[in-house]
Design a protein around this ligand. Structure first.
Ligand code: ZN
Length: 173
């Protein structure tokens, strides 16, 4: 039985820590709902300590860091590829992540990794542009007080969906 294809949010248990070289992938992992640490201020030993104690996959192409990780039995992933889609598929093959959006709404802030929640348009009116206000009705906000990023399903949403479609084609080919 293949467990890989079950698309249940609660199964999105894989956790990640991402080094500086994979910044874009860290945002993608969060969009897909995965708990992902990306912090350029962390040094190698911080990264290894977190990966080891929290059982996180380590995304890196730093060979030195990879070697140290292996000694600590931290699983490292090299997700190189020409396009973001190729990288995501490589990641999927090594970790079994779901390359579909977790639900109709986003679940995790792509900026800071915190949970995001639905918010009414009235509450955030002064923070969005007129055009956005007219075009969209559903909004979400990051629950981290230091972030408070607002999200809506704008043009970016279609790009995400399109990239995920390309990923699926790569997997099927
Ligand atoms: Zn945030």
């Amino acid at each position: 039985m293949k467990v890989k294809n079950i698309s249940n949010e609660s199964l999105r248990n894989q956790k990640f820590i991402v080094d500086k070289m994979y910044r874009k992938l860290s945002r993608w992992l969060r969009i897909l709902g995965y708990d992902t640490i990306f912090d350029p201020l962390l040094n190698d030993s911080d990264i290894l300590a977190l990966a080891s104690s929290e059982e996180r996959f380590l995304l890196t192409r730093d060979e030195d860091l990879e070697q140290k990780a292996r000694k600590l039995k931290v699983k490292t992933i090299n997700a190189d590829g020409k396009t973001i889609e190729e990288r995501l598929v490589k990641l999927q093959k090594q970790t079994g992540i779901e390359l579909t959006l977790p639900s109709e709404i986003l679940s995790r802030c792509s900026i800071c990794n915190s949970k995001i929640v639905s918010i009414s348009k009235e509450e955030i009116l002064e923070r969005i542009l007129d055009g956005t206000e007219k075009q969209f009705d559903a909004f979400w906000i990051c629950t981290n007080d230091n972030c408070k990023q607002i999200f809506w399903k704008g043009h970016h949403w279609e790009e995400i969906a399109n990239s995920l479609k390309i990923c699926q084609e790569l997997i099927d080919s």
